[in-house]
Design a binder for this molecule. Structure first.
Ligand code: SF4
Length: 378
């Protein structure tokens, strides 16, 4: 079936998140001029009902928000400057050029952008990305999960990985921060050291600065779809996969599909994260994307530095397998500091250590760490 494009004019285009996506992509906003994605990857989260609630095939019918750039200008004018994720490039963009127009809006209004892409079509708009990067910050993350031939089973229509790495080289050469999202790592298929190392090595050779890794997440009816592909191509992996997604939850030990959970065992996720970190270190890359501080007003830059520290701590605790209450304590404190409108330094000057303790979600232990970070960023 030929892909069908349906034009329409929504009332809004900008998603404003309650909290920044700390220690991952760092965006506070996102906007996509298209509903659906022609690449139709078999593991795509759009196949899960909670992400794509419509009843048409997300890869065969693409709804086009023809007024997206106009809406974006209007909506960005009403919010504080922060990182905006735009996307995704796909064949429909060749015809409509909406992402380009939206990038031009960001360039004009001084909004930093983060793009998470599978398509080298992004190179068409390198001039605008450079302009944004000069004025604030631009970052391009390429989604790459393997270089193996079997990728065609999972990504039948996406541009080749070679093209993505070539695009990464060009973007890095233009002085724009770039790297790889090794997401989703498909359990037992692409989670081996050799695969991860190949992606990390090629990222380093292509001028990338980081590789962030994350496991597959499921959700009905993606779960059924994913298992059917395993059954056809990797039948031996059906059982371990079902177990990985179900056995760690109490009561699911003996349950069969369809009681498969949406996320794999946290211990598996932590081990995967540690593996990515260790391999990245060997190649001089980071396993996190560095958040730019210069895009924020000078008076709250130290707040952001502290928030970055707390977000990073949250992630590291996850990798260590720390208890959830401890992880959540750091995450909530990070949100508190990240969203403060007044300067932490001023608060400290005026009210001392008690000032830090007066903040929601900040206890004595975390307040001491905040104090230390503030001294270091001084
Ligand atoms: S490119 Fe991304 S959004 Fe598009 S189908 Fe693949 S995983 Fe989904």
């Amino acid at each position: 079936m030929c892909t069908q494009y349906i034009e329409y004019k929504p009332r809004r285009v900008l998603n404003v998140y309650k909290h920044c996506d700390g220690a991952w992509f760092w965006n506070r906003y996102s906007a996509n001029p298209y509903v659906g994605c022609e690449y139709g990857c078999e593991y795509c989260y759009f196949r899960a009902k909670r992400y794509f609630r419509f009843d048409w095939d997300f890869s065969e019918v693409i709804k086009v928000k023809v007024n997206a750039p106009i809406l974006l200008r209007k909506e960005l004018s009403k919010v504080k400057k922060d990182i905006t994720m735009l996307g995704f490039y796909q064949p429909v963009e060749v015809k409509y050029r909406l992402i380009r127009s939206m990038l031009e809006v960001c360039a004009e209004l001084g909004f930093p952008v983060h793009m998470n892409e599978k398509s080298d079509l992004i190179l068409r708009d390198l001039d605008v990305l450079k302009e944004i990067n000069e004025r604030s910050w631009a970052c391009v993350t390429f989604s790459i999960i393997t270089k193996r031939k079997s990728l065609r089973i999972w990504e039948p229509k996406a541009p080749s990985v070679e093209k993505r790495f070539e695009a990464m080289k060009e973007i890095s050469g233009a002085g724009i921060t770039t790297g790889t999202a090794l997401i989703p790592v498909l359990p037992f298929i692409y989670d081996d050291d050799e695969n991860i190392e190949e992606i990390v090595r090629e990222t380093a050779e292509s001028g990338g600065k980081y590789v962030i890794g994350g496991s597959l997440t499921l959700g009905s009816p993606l779960t059924e779809h994913y298992l059917s592909i395993l059954r056809e191509n990797w039948p031996d992996l059906v059982e371990p996969t079902v177990k990985l997604f179900s056995s760690w939850k109490k009561g699911r030990e003996k349950a069969d599909y369809p009681k498969v959970g949406d996320v794999p065992d946290p211990a598996y996720q932590a081990k995967l994260g540690r593996k990515v970190k260790e391999i990245c270190e060997r190649y001089g890359l980071s396993d996190r994307i560095e958040r730019p501080l210069h895009i924020y007003p000078p008076e709250i830059r130290s707040n952001k530095a502290v928030a970055n520290y707390l977000f990073e701590r949250t992630y590291r605790l996850e990798l260590e397998g720390a208890p959830p209450h401890k992880i959540w304590a750091y995450r909530k404190a990070a949100w508190t500091i990240d969203e403060m409108e007044i300067s932490l330094k001023n608060l400290l000057d005026e009210r001392g250590f008690d000032g830090l303790l007066s903040l929601p979600n900040v206890g004595k232990k975390i307040a001491k760490e905040i104090l230390q970070v503030l001294k270091e960023v001084d």
